[in-house]
Design a binder for this molecule. Structure first.
Ligand code: BES
Ligand code: ZN
Length: 625
C-alpha cells in the first residue's frame, strides 16, 4: 500500500488534477518514494512490459508518423496501464486477452511542461496485450524532418529520432524511463526510394516497396529506440561493423571509421563480450543535435566527425563503449546519468590509449578536465548540479546533463584505476557488466558493488568514493596524465606572446587536440589587432575541423574579434546543428553584446535545428537578453 500511495503523490507533484484518490493525512516528504523515476508516469508495478510491436507509416508530405503500437504484458496487477505521452494524438486503445479484444476508453492527463502527459488505459489481470493507435504532430520533440536542401544530396528529405532522454514518448507512447526494458519488433513503411534503419537488426539494402522489418530481441529501454529514414547506402568496415551514410558521404565515412572493427575487438578484451551482434554506425545530416548517440546496433553520428584525418574518432570509441556502460547496464533514472556517461568516458579513454597511445588519450583527458573546471566554475562549486548523484525531481533532465557526469565520473574511475591498479579495475569492470547485464543500476548499487568487489571495504577509500559520488565540487583527486605535448603548446604560446613570429612555432604537424589546447589557452587580451594576427597566421577562420573552428570562434568573439568572425560564425551556425558547437558560440556573442546579431542568426538558422537544439538555444537567448 505504501508504494501505491507514494505513486499517487508523485503524480500529484507534477500534474495537478491527476490525483484520483485522496491521500489526506500524509505529508509529501513522508510519501516520497525514492525508487521511482521522477521523469516517467509509467508504473512498473502494474504490469511488466515484455515486448513492444510498432507498426508505423512515415509520411514526409504530412510530416507525420502514424500507426499502431502493441504492448505485450506479463504479471498484470494494476487496473490501469500508464504510458508516457508527449503531444501524440491518441485515436484508439484496444485491450486484448486470451479470448477477446475490445476497444476501451482511455484517458490522457493534463500535460506537464517537462514530462508531457500520462496515457491511462484500463486493464484487467487477464489482459495480455494493449494496442494503441496514434499519430505524431509537427514539433514532436524527438523528430527532425530535415528538408531535402539540408541533406548531402539535396534531393530527398530525411527523418531521424533522438529519444534520449525523455523524448521517446513524443514519437510512440511508451514506458519512458531508463529503468524499464522491453524487446521490440517493428514494421515501418516509408516512401519507396528511401531506406529505413533502426536500433535493431538492419536491412543493409533498399527494399522495393518501402516496407522494412526490424527486430531487437534483447531488452532495451525506450530511450534507445531509434529510427532514421532517408537516402542511405551501406558499406562494410569489418566482419561485424559497417556504416550507413548518404551515397555522397559513404566513401569518406568508410575511410574515417576504418578502425571500427579494431575498436570493437579492443573493447571486448577490456570489458567482456559484445552482446549486441553487429555494430554499425549511421552518418546523419549536419543538423543532428549531438556528436553521437549510442542507439544499440546502430550508433547515430554527426557528420562533423568526418574531419578527413580520423582525428575525431574518440567519439566512435565513446559511443561504442556505451554498448556496455549505458546499453547493457543502464542508469536507473537520469539522476544516475554519470553511470552511463562517466563510465563510458573513462572506457573511451582506455580504448583510445589502446589504439592510438597514451599521449593522444591523455591529451583528450586533459581537455576534458579543463571543460569540467569551467563547468564547475560556471555552476559554482556548491551547486547540487556538480554532484554525480543528482536530484532532478521537478527539473528537465536535459538541463543537468553537463561535463560533471562525463568528466567527474570519468575522474572517479581513473582514481580507482590509480589506487587499485589497472588489472584490478579491469577485472572489476568485467564483473560489473556481467553482473548487471540487461538491467539498470543506480549510484548506490554501483557503490555497494564497488565496496565489496573492488574496495575490500577499506574505510579510507570507501569514504572518498562516497564523497566523490554524493558531494558537490570538483573531483577529489586529479588524475596523473602525461602533459608533455601540452607543455610544448604552453611554450609555443609564451614564444608567440613574447613577440616571436607564428612561423617560428613550427605548427605544421600539430594535431587536432593540440590546436584546441593552443586556442583555448591563448592569452585573453581582448585586443582585436592581436586576435586578427592569430587568425591571419593560423588561418583559423577557414578551418574545416568543427572542434577547432568552434574553439576559435568562441575565443575570437570573446577577445575583440567578433565583427571580424561574424560572417564565419553565421555560416557555421547555419550549417551545423550540434548543440555542443552552437551553444558556446551563441553564448559568446551575447556576452560580448552581440545579442541582436545572435537573435538574427538564430531566426535564420532555427528551421534547420532539431527541436532539442532549438529549446536549448532559446533558453540561452532568453536568459541573456
Ligand atoms: N548519450 C549521449 C548523447 C546524449 C546525452 C543525448 C544526453 C541526449 C541526452 C552520447 O553518448 C554523448 O555523450 N555524445 C557526446 C559525444 C561524446 C564524445 C562526449 C556528444 O554528442 O557531444
Ligand atoms: Zn555518451
Amino acid at each position: 500500500m505504501k508504494s501505491k500511495n507514494a505513486t499517487l503523490i508523485y503524480f500529484g507533484a507534477f500534474t495537478i488534477g491527476v490525483l484520483m484518490h485522496s491521500c489526506t493525512g500524509t505529508t509529501p516528504t513522508e510519501m516520497t518514494y525514492s525508487g521511482r523515476d521522477p521523469h516517467s508516469f509509467a508504473d512498473p508495478e502494474a504490469a511488466k512490459f515484455r515486448h513492444v510491436e510498432l507498426d508505423l507509416h512515415v509520411s514526409f508530405d504530412s510530416q507525420r508518423i502514424s500507426g499502431w503500437t502493441i504492448y505485450h504484458l506479463d504479471d498484470v496487477h494494476g487496473d490501469s496501464l500508464v504510458l508516457d505521452n508527449m503531444g501524440l494524438v491518441i485515436q484508439q486503445a484496444v485491450r486484448i486477452d486470451e479470448k477477446d479484444s475490445s476497444q476501451v476508453p482511455f484517458r490522457v492527463t493534463a500535460s506537464d511542461p517537462i514530462l508531457g502527459s500520462a496515457l491511462k488505459i484500463p486493464i484487467t489481470p487477464e489482459t495480455r496485450r494493449v494496442r494503441v493507435q496514434y499519430y505524431t504532430l509537427p514539433g514532436a520533440m524527438a523528430l527532425q524532418w530535415v528538408p531535402a536542401r539540408q541533406t548531402a544530396s539535396g534531393k530527398l528529405p530525411f527523418l531521424f529520432t533522438q529519444s534520449q532522454s525523455i523524448y521517446a514518448r513524443s514519437w510512440f507512447p511508451c514506458p519512458d524511463g531508463p529503468g524499464i526494458r522491453f524487446s521490440y519488433r517493428a514494421r515501418i513503411q516509408v516512401p519507396p526510394d528511401m531506406m529505413a534503419v533502426m536500433s535493431a537488426n538492419n536491412p543493409r539494402r533498399l527494399t522495393s516497396d518501402g516496407i522494412y522489418h526490424f527486430e531487437m530481441e534483447l531488452p532495451v529501454p525506450a530511450y534507445l529506440v531509434a529510427l532514421a529514414v532517408g537516402d542511405l547506402t551501406f558499406r562494410d568496415i569489418g566482419k561485424r561493423t559497417g556504416v550507413y551514410a548518404p551515397p555522397e558521404w559513404i566513401e569518406a565515412s568508410q575511410w574515417e571509421f576504418a578502425d571500427l572493427e579494431r575498436m570493437l575487438e579492443t573493447s571486448e578484451k577490456l570489458l567482456g563480450p559484445y552482446r549486441w551482434g553487429r555494430y554499425d554506425v549511421l552518418v546523419l545530416p549536419a543538423s543532428f543535435p549531438f556528436g553521437g548517440m549510442e542507439n544499440p546496433r546502430l550508433t547515430f553520428l554527426s557528420p562533423t566527425v568526418l574531419a578527413g584525418d580520423r582525428s575525431l574518432v574518440s567519439l566512435l570509441a565513446h559511443e561504442l563503449a556505451h554498448s556496455w556502460s549505458g546499453n547493457l547496464v543502464t542508469n536507473k533514472t537520469w539522476n544516475d546519468f554519470w553511470l552511463n556517461e562517466g563510465v563510458t568516458t573513462y572506457i573511451e579513454s582506455r580504448i583510445m590509449e589502446s589504439l592510438y597511445g597514451k599521449e593522444i588519450a591523455d591529451m583528450w583527458s586533459i581537455l576534458g578536465l579543463q571543460d569540467l573546471e569551467k563547468t564547475i566554475a560556471d555552476k559554482g562549486p556548491e551547486s547540487p548540479l556538480t554532484r554525480l548523484k543528482l536530484s532532478l525531481e521537478g527539473m528537465d533532465p536535459e538541463e543537468s546533463m553537463s561535463d560533471v557526469a562525463y568528466e567527474k565520473g570519468k575522474a572517479l574511475l581513473r582514481f580507482l584505476e590509480e589506487r587499485k591498479g589497472r588489472d584490478e579495475l579491469d577485472r572489476f569492470l568485467r564483473h560489473y557488466f556481467a553482473n548487471f547485464e540487461f538491467r539498470s543500476n543506480d549510484s548506490e548499487g554501483f557503490f555497494e558493488f564497488a565496496r565489496t568487489h573492488l574496495l575490500d571495504n577499506d574505510p579510507g577509500i570507501v569514504d572518498t568514493v562516497d564523497r566523490w559520488i554524493n558531494k558537490s565540487g570538483p573531483p577529489l583527486v586529479r588524475g596523473n596524465y602525461s602533459t608533455q605535448s601540452f607543455e610544448v603548446m604552453d611554450a609555443a604560446i609564451v614564444r608567440l606572446t613574447s613577440g616571436r613570429s607564428p612561423e617560428e612555432l613550427n605548427s605544421g604537424d600539430w594535431t587536432t587536440n593540440e590546436w584546441i589546447y593552443f586556442i583555448r589557452n591563448l592569452p585573453k587580451e581582448h585586443d582585436s589587432a592581436t586576435c586578427l594576427r592569430y587568425d591571419h597566421s593560423f588561418d583559423f577562420s577557414r578551418r574545416k575541423n568543427a572542434e577547432v573552428l568552434t574553439a576559435w570562434l568562441e575565443y575570437a568573439i570573446l577577445n575583440g574579434c567578433a565583427r571580424h568572425v561574424l560572417a564565419t560564425a553565421e555560416n557555421f551556425l547555419c550549417s551545423v546543428g550540434r548543440r555542443k558547437y552552437l551553444l558556446p558560440i551563441y553564448e559568446a556573442l551575447i556576452d560580448e553584446g552581440f545579442s541582436a546579431e545572435a537573435n538574427r542568426i538564430y531566426i535564420r538558422a532555427k528551421p534547420g535545428y532539431h527541436p532539442i537544439a532549438q529549446e536549448s538555444i532559446e533558453k540561452v537567448l532568453n536568459r541573456k537578453i
